[in-house]
Design a protein around this ligand. Structure first.
Ligand code: SF4
Length: 312
């Protein structure tokens, strides 16, 4: 599989100051033909070197300004559109983006005041690639989750998996829920997990073959899929593992055109995570068992280019 990769990560000296930020993984991916390098700022007609620029919100819109106040937003949009066109022509469904950049930033960008302060956000090119349906990683989440695999849940795995489920849901509810500690139905029950295995597809999430989480989903004949449950061991959260799992899922079931899931109304961090992968909230439903509302989110897949089913 090939990925669009921010060119500076592969060793190209295309940053604003003429430098690069080569990362061994992306250099290797370039050498073995897995990475298609791109620099949206250069594609947009900006020179090397160029004045550094940062994003500011103005009247609810993202503008990219140099420190001297020159508005370079148009060049950033042109470069982002050309990058999306490149992905389409090359049949590429996934991009790895350099965090912090006003173009490529995915997760963090500078705050617009040229004082080296990072804030949550994403760059102009990340916005446009996401709109076109590309699956996005930043350089850290892609590298940290590269060895993630999914393996069908076996009887031998049950005890370990349920301990992980218990730890993950208890930590989440302890830290975020105003309704007290707990988890979804059967989260710590062997019979529930056995029954779930018989009803659908239950996988262990593995990092270098060590179990770090679980994924339970189902498919319908109308080419839609539903993620019933996903959880990752607390020590392994924040490393891009969940994002990689969703990517693997979409790759494996490339014929599925829409995915859905639900999450507690209080779990804003989960909602933001799903939104960052193209899911949109569609409604709220009351869960009698939980005693609070769940937000239902759906993702319509619009980018099928280059997708080939993968073996999980
Ligand atoms: Fe690297 Fe993207 Fe900036 Fe180009 S625009 S230098 S690829 S981060």
């Amino acid at each position: 599989m090939r990925y669009l990769v921010s060119a500076c990560l592969t060793g190209r000296s295309c940053r604003y100051n003429g430098s690069h930020c080569v990362h061994p993984l992306y250099k290797e991916m370039l050498e073995n033909g897995e990475a298609v390098p791109f620099c949206p700022e250069v594609l947009g007609g900006l020179s090397i070197p160029r004045d550094p620029a940062e994003i500011r919100m103005m009247d609810g819109e993202k503008k990219v300004l140099t420190e001297a106040g020159q508005d370079v937003t148009a060049a950033f949009i042109i470069g982002a559109d050309l990058s999306a066109g490149l992905a389409e022509r090359e049949g590429i469904a996934c991009a790895v983006l350099k965090n912090g950049s006003p173009s490529c930033g995915f997760g963090k960008i500078y705050d617009g005041n040229f004082r080296g302060q990072l804030i949550p956000g994403q760059g102009i090119c990340a916005d446009i690639l996401a709109e076109k349906g590309l699956f996005l990683f930043n350089e850290e989440s892609f590298a940290a989750s590269r060895d993630v695999t999914l393996k069908k849940l076996r009887e031998d795995d049950l005890k370990e998996l349920i301990q992980i489920s218990r730890d993950a849901f208890l930590q989440d509810s302890r830290e975020n829920s105003p309704y007290g500690e707990g988890g979804p139905e059967g989260y710590d029950s062997i019979p529930w997990h056995r029954e779930a295995v018989s009803r659908g597809r239950f996988y262990t999430i593995r990092l270098k073959n060590k179990i770090v989480g679980g994924l339970f989903y189902s498919l319908k004949t109308d080419r839609s899929g539903w993620v019933n449950r996903i959880f990752v061991k607390p020590d392994f959260q924040g490393r891009g593992i969940g994002r990689r799992v969703f990517f693997l899922l979409e790759q494996k079931h490339s014929r599925i055109t829409s995915w859905g899931l639900d999450t507690p109304v209080w779990a804003e961090h989960n909602q933001n995570f799903y939104k960052s992968m193209g899911y949109e909230p569609v409604r709220e439903i009351f869960s009698r068992e939980a005693g609070y509302n769940l937000v239902v989110l759906k993702k319509i897949r619009i980018q099928e280019a280059g997708v080939r089913p993968v073996q999980l």
